[in-house]
Design a binder for this molecule. Sequence first.
Ligand SMILES: Cc1ncc(COP(=O)(O)O)c(C=O)c1O
Length: 387
Amino acid sequence: MKLFDVYPVNDITIVKAKGSYVWDDKGLQYLDLYGGHAVISIGHTHPHYVERITNQLNKVGFYSNSIHIPLQEELADKLGKLSGKEDFQLFLCNSGAEANENALKLASFFTGRKKIIAFKKGFHGRTSLAVAATDNPNIIAPVNQTDNIIFLPLNDQEALTNCFKEQGDKIAAVIIEGIQGVGGIHIAGDEFLRQIRTLCDQYGAVYIADSVQCGYGRSGKFFSHDYAGVNADIYSMAKGMGNGFPVGGIMIAPHIPSKHFMLGTTFGGNHLACAAALAVVEVMASDNLMANALAMGDNLMHQLSQIPQLENVRGRGLMIGFDVPEKIKDLKKRLLTNQQIFTGEAKPNVIRLLPSLALNQKDADSFMEAIREEILAYENIPTTATA
Ligand SMILES: Cc1ncc(COP(=O)(O)O)c(C=O)c1O
């Protein structure tokens, strides 16, 4: 049997990984500023992570949610402390799409309503409702099409107010990424998020903060939505949560009650997934990774913005994007083949940096040196950047 061909792939086979580095089957070392799509949060094969999962596997790897799993309570407790949302409730699942699917369903159960406000260029996953709320017609199958999603422009306060004025009594939820990832690193403004909070309160709708990519400390705060200084009602999480182990979840505000069987999962919250997620929160707390992400991110953005060939350097913490003009548009490919550096991208011309939150100064400096060298070699135009 052959594989169903849905991804264009780089001709690279990774066989080893440590910290911010990976190695291919020929022994070539790569600096990983992509983290397998914002997934590697505490660094590859972190010793505490490997030990926590290995120990758990030697005890019990899996049992379903039909029995007590105290690791889930331990995770809820540590996650509550780290995120500052101690009074919230945790539901565990396996991926980002599943987290958003459950968040949207829960909002609809809670309000008894059907309409969802989502935003242009937003991405929420590939399952039925999550993909319907995603602004990309190419990945929405006919069966996923629904009139229940209303797409508005990001950061357009007037459009949002008008939409609530017209259909406020039908709106179950507003779903928004704090920083759009797949859409190309666009920050939801603090004022805009505060307006969402106010309108959701006024009309009885649920504010869902999709934190699958921009959450889990990547922005320098636990949730990038926290920059606005207001709470959402539901936060969806995945990617960085398991540092590569498939685990996702939603954090649910205390005023939203649970009911038996309204949500459910076979694999979600299993012993191994909890061990992986616990190792991540423990390392994030002990190694102060949110503060590191903020400092490293500020430093990188400052240096990148001094390179005249790179446009619109933007982001928060270690979720960074910049536009690459047409004449140096294969910069990402050159960084990979000439400098052995993995970066991310967004269509049509954005390079995204999504490294481990434990990125160190030496590795950030190597990246800056490499990108300057590539731009120079390419264009032969001196940059004004300073280290
Ligand atoms: C903001 C956001 N939400 C949801 C998802 C879907 O996550 P998953 O691929 O784990 O289903 C992604 C994935 O890129 C994402 O970036």
